[in-house]
Design a protein around this ligand. Structure first.
Ligand code: FE
Ligand code: FE
Ligand code: ZN
Length: 249
């Protein structure tokens, strides 16, 4: 069985098997699946104060981008990072440095910066910080945004009472054309809490009515929606059914 060369990541990532890729691509085509929105490791921190942590971030990121090209034209989502006391400006520079090292001209993958809750020293806690990262990224046309409903709510964006206002601010600061995917999570905490504790859809502080508006909003309704709720298979099936039911055709 021919294996394609992939640099190992601490032995954790499985080698890519061409047959698996081909079978997947065939299925993907037949089933009409939407975009793949892959997620980088949670331990990846592009703006750590430790050089070895930044090195792992660079290597894992580059390796994942290499893998993503087996399924061309999809999305690779990552958390911008935590500056751990170095300050926003330094953190943003380090994140852009990783992107400037890893992005390349003829890649087909779009990398997504995720909007963050602002827990600890997390960057991406407001649209301005994401804009600043884009501004320092040379191949910024390869970069989009993934909006996480729990994170923006925890960051202080009131998507319950003013979804239009939040999206207008996103458009002014970043541009809605950059928005490529949505993580649908309710939040266990209140607006601006900076906690990042996900809840099941309709069981948190955001509430079902707000999610019905999110999934049907003209600026969002065609995007891939991904659940990251604390659940198990049967529970996710119920959440998907609930949302499908509330989606106006
Ligand atoms: Fe995430
Ligand atoms: Fe998320
Ligand atoms: Zn989260």
């Amino acid at each position: 069985m021919p294996f394609l060369p992939v640099t190992p990541r601490g032995g954790s990532a499985k080698a890519v098997v061409r047959e698996d890729v081909d079978r997947f691509l065939e299925l993907w085509d037949k089933q009409g699946y939407g975009k793949i929105v892959a997620h980088a490791p949670y331990t990846l921190n592009a703006c750590s104060n430790k050089p070895e942590v930044r090195r792992f971030a660079r290597e894992a990121f580059a390796e994942d981008l290499e893998r993503m090209e087996y399924t061309p034209g999809n999305y690779y989502n990552f958390h911008p990072g935590s500056h751990v006391g170095q300050g926003e400006e330094k953190g943003i520079t380090l994140i852009a440095e990783l992107l400037n090292t890893c992005l390349y001209e003829n890649m087909t993958t779009t990398v997504l910066l995720e909007t963050m809750a602002g827990k600890g020293s997390e960057l991406g806690r407001n649209f301005g910080e994401l804009r600043a990262i884009l501004d320092q990224t040379k191949l910024s046309e390869k970069v989009g945004i993934c909006l996480d409903t729990c994170h923006v709510w925890d960051a202080g964006y009131d998507i319950v009472n003013d979804l239009d206002g939040v999206l207008e601010e996103f458009d002014r600061t970043i541009g809605l054309d950059r928005l490529k995917a949505v993580h649908l999570n309710d939040s266990m905490n209140g607006l601006g809490s900076h906690k990042d504790r996900h809840a099941r859809i309709g069981e948190g502080c955001i509430g079902l009515d707000a999610f019905v508006r999110v999934i049907n909003h003209p600026a969002l309704r065609e995007l891939p929606f991904i659940l990251e709720t604390p659940n198990e298979d049967a529970g996710w099936a119920r959440e998907i059914a609930l949302l499908r039911n509330a989606y106006t055709e």
